[in-house]
Design a binder for this molecule. Structure first.
Ligand code: SF4
Ligand code: SF4
Length: 111
């Protein structure tokens, strides 16, 4: 009976977003201006979530594989990886899984 007249215990995520806890590890972000595409992060990632292609200057992360262990952030020699307090949007199908993989084309040293 009490629950009929009390506020809901859950929020309508993702429509209503909660505040992040102070130590939340949201998801991995890359500063492409600092990355040298050495591939260390990819080799050390325990889930194989990162792919680095040095010849194409591409760095890609599959967020469905990433467990936000922070290991890539710790081993990166250029300190260009960070964890941001933001969650990856929910996915409902295989097409969505591919579409939300993180990918950047980088033109390092070119304008
Ligand atoms: S370890 Fe750092 S510098 Fe090397 S490819 Fe990964 S993000 Fe780039
Ligand atoms: S946080 Fe962990 S699982 Fe995610 S990409 Fe980095 S090393 Fe891989």
């Amino acid at each position: 009976m009490k629950s009929l007249f009390s506020k809901p215990a859950t929020a309508m995520y993702p429509v209503i977003k909660n505040d992040f806890f102070p130590n939340t590890r949201g998801n991995i972000q890359l500063d492409t201006n600092l990355c040298i595409f050495c591939g260390i992060c990819s080799k050390r990632c325990p889930t194989g979530a990162i792919e680095v292609n040095k010849s194409d200057l591409k760095w890609e992360i599959d967020r469905t594989r990433c467990i936000v262990c922070n290991f890539c952030v710790e081993v990166c020699p250029k300190k260009c990886l960070t964890t941001q307090q933001q969650y990856t949007a929910p996915m409902t199908d295989i097409a969505g899984r591919i579409a939300t993989s993180y990918k950047r084309d980088v033109n390092l040293g070119r304008s």
